[in-house]
Write a protein that binds this ligand. Structure first.
Ligand SMILES: Nc1ncnc2c1ncn2[C@@H]1O[C@H](COP(=O)(O)OP(=O)(O)OP(=O)(O)O)[C@@H](O)[C@H]1O
Ligand SMILES: [Mg+2]
Length: 258
């Protein structure tokens, strides 16, 4: 499989804090990757560098073979990397469909600069309808975004990132603030859309049940470094990951129940 995203030697410092230290990540097209790590480990910093919200102090980021290091967020989005945020970025006074229309409108009015893969298929209204169907939001299209439950707000935020048909989708804690009985339904919906649209996904997640269920690969962050990278079964068994990410105090084998 072709590599779609390639980060090499990324460094980022905030005063005395090292938020990224020699980050090397190569992601193959179509992969579903989970980013784990305790608070302040550098997960969001990594997403911010990939999406242009932060400029790395050193290192480079290649997207589909092109160097995008230090480009503006809008330019990076136009090329096909989109994201959702820890806190959904919605227009609260507008309806669900109107929120999606804003996302579509950005493409429709964008003209030059948008990659061919972003080009709208049909009218803006058709693009919105497709997205409403894809994310199970059709019945809520006229509801005001500000009055929706958190799980639905998260879903709409992700749908807005997907409406421009990205090739890579970065999600920052898609299930945070979502109730335990809603989180799997939310992720099932997102993953079905991701598969249908053949998007590569990297998502930050604190819930190990969610990580184990949906990803093929985990990147574990600690103090700005990647301390483990591999299949979930391997990474979640790693001694450093158990100590620094999951926060275990070296329990004797057999002491834990699933
Ligand atoms: N804009 C900033 N200015 C100063 N320090 C920052 C900034 N952004 C991040 N940091 C610091 O960099 C470190 C990594 O932060 P980051 O937000 O990447 O962590 P995270 O892994 O996303 O954590 P969380 O799980 O809490 O979201 C932290 O010590 C944080 O305080
Ligand atoms: Mg974060």
């Amino acid at each position: 499989m072709a590599v779609i995203l390639d980060a090499r030697g990324l460094e980022k410092r905030f005063g005395a804090v090292t938020a990224a230290s020699n980050i090397n990540v190569s992601v193959e097209q179509g992969a579903i990757v989970g980013l784990i790590g305790s608070n302040g480990a550098g997960k969001t910093t990594f997403l911010n560098m990939v999406t242009g919200y932060l400029r790395p102090d050193a290192g480079s980021i290649l997207f589909d073979g092109r160097d995008i290091t230090g480009q503006k967020p809008r330019r990076i989005t136009q090329q096909g990397i989109c994201r959702s945020f820890q806190i959904p970025q919605l227009y609260n006074s507008m309806s669900v469909a109107e929120n999606l229309m804003v996302g579509v409108g950005i493409v429709a009015s964008g003209g030059r600069g948008w990659a061919a893969s972003n080009a709208l298929d049909g009218t803006p209204e058709q693009a919105v309808s497709r997205m409403l169907e894809q994310f199970g939001l059709a019945g809520l299209r006229h509801r005001q975004a500000g009055l929706l439950p958190e799980g639905t707000r998260k879903l709409l935020d992700i749908a807005m990132a997907m409406v421009v048909r990205p090739r890579v989708l970065l999600l920052d804690e898609p299930t945070s603030g979502v109730s335990a009985d809603e989180k799997f339904a939310l992720m099932d919906m997102v993953m079905a859309a991701v598969r249908a649209m053949q998007v590569t996904v990297l998502f930050v997640e604190h819930d190990m049940e969610v990580v184990e269920r949906y990803v093929q690969r985990i990147l574990a962050f600690y103090e700005g470094r990647i301390i483990a990278d591999g299949p979930p079964a391997e990474v979640l068994r790693d001694v450093e990951v158990r100590r620094f990410v999951i926060g275990e105090q070296d329990p004797p084998a057999g002491d834990r129940h699933a």
